[in-house]
Write a protein that binds this ligand. Sequence first.
Ligand code: CA
Length: 63
Amino acid sequence: MNAALRDLARWVRPEATGTALHETDATFDFGLADWDRDGRPDLVALKKSNTGTNSTEVHILGG
Ligand SMILES: [Ca+2]
């Protein structure tokens, strides 16, 4: 397991329902992690299927 996946394993699921994001489907999973380790939580979106690259994609949305 690489370092990025260890970070994903520490995700805390956000409870907020209103975001600036477009609607997503069940292929997305979201969490908060301090991805760049600057001390502020970053919103992370994990797209698990139906990606253009045919592999899991990780999108960092904040920081
Ligand atoms: Ca951060």
